[in-house]
Design a protein around this ligand. Structure first.
Ligand SMILES: NC(=O)c1ccc[n+]([C@@H]2O[C@H](COP(=O)([O-])OP(=O)(O)OC[C@H]3O[C@@H](n4cnc5c(N)ncnc54)[C@H](O)[C@@H]3O)[C@@H](O)[C@H]2O)c1
Length: 251
């Protein structure tokens, strides 16, 4: 893949899939802006001269615009954006509070929109760019006990399609990866405190057993799919998605 010297912005870069993606892009010679609200998790990138870390809360439209403006001031253009930043709340229709619903939507959906819009404007001017949104298998299939998360990711899929149609013919592409169950902090998050460590480990084994491939995905496998969508190898993909779920949604 030819991503050497490409300027790529990655959100949610401090953990899981985002971190794996930044590591790979850095090793491929990209100029990577690794953004996250959690700056501690960005320290691991200090070893890379070609990774610039930025504190960013994607639920703030102003901060999203500011980070894109900064990259333009520094580099003159942006070749790629991957929207990995995301959160989950494990509550269903009967117990999800207004605050929980707003919190998840604000980060997963609004955050994706703010970054997508800001990056698309500068990419359209340059006549090139690739934007990769990160939804979930739950953007298409319902799941119980995670109502805000499912709604937020369904909206990300529609953001992808709509933006792709708005931008088709401009040189800017918008696509999406739909990860299945992936071994990151998110899988255990919101279970801690409510369940014992042993219960959580048993739950993760149960999840792995429910997948045709009989294992969780690694964050690196999601990074590979995102990198393919960033690259020119996916040049005819527009408004589309790649499901990476070990066969789960094929059942
Ligand atoms: N892990 C899974 O099984 C799974 C499955 C499907 C989809 N996803 C999606 O993949 C993406 C990456 O998740 P992950 O599994 O790597 O989770 P993760 O928890 O390891 O990483 C998520 C990152 O997003 C950051 N983040 C959260 N809120 C933010 C905000 N407001 N501004 C900036 N950064 C913020 C966190 O600090 C964290 O570094 C998410 O969008 C998630 O919804 C995950």
């Amino acid at each position: 893949m030819t991503l050497t010297n490409k300027v790529i912005l990655v959100t949610g870069a401090a953990s899981g899939m985002g971190k794996a993606c930044v590591m790979k892009l850095a090793q491929m010679g990209g100029k990577v802006y690794a953004c996250d609200r959690n700056t501690m998790g960005l320290n691991d990138f200090q070893v890379f001269e070609n990774v610039i870390t930025k504190q960013l809360d994607v639920s703030s439209s102003d901060q999203c615009q500011a980070v894109v403006d900064q990259v333009i001031r520094d580099q003159g253009h942006i070749d790629g954006l991957v929207n990995f930043a995301g959160v989950i709340k494990r509550t269903g229709v009967l117990d999800c509070t207004d605050e929980e619903f707003d919190y998840v939507m604000k980060i997963n959906t609004y955050g994706c929109f703010y970054m997508l819009r800001a990056a698309a404007k500068v990419m359209v001017k340059a006549g090139k760019g690739s934007i990769v949104n990160v939804s979930s298998i739950w953007s298409d299939i319902g799941a119980s006990g995670v109502i805000a998360y499912c709604a937020s990711k369904g909206a990300v899929s529609q953001l992808t399609r709509s933006a792709a149609l708005d931008l088709a013919g401009t040189g800017v592409r918008v696509n999406e990866i739909r990860p299945g169950e992936t071994n990151t902090a998110m899988l255990a998050s919101e279970r801690k405190g409510r369940f014992t460590q042993e219960d959580i480990e048993n739950k993760l084994k149960e999840i792995a057993a429910s997948i045709p491939e009989k294992r969780l995905a690694s964050p690196s496998e999601m990074a590979d799919a995102a990198i393919f969508l960033l690259s020119d190898q996916s040049s005819y993909m527009q408004g589309s998605h790649i499901t990476v779920d070990g066969g789960y949604s094929a059942q």
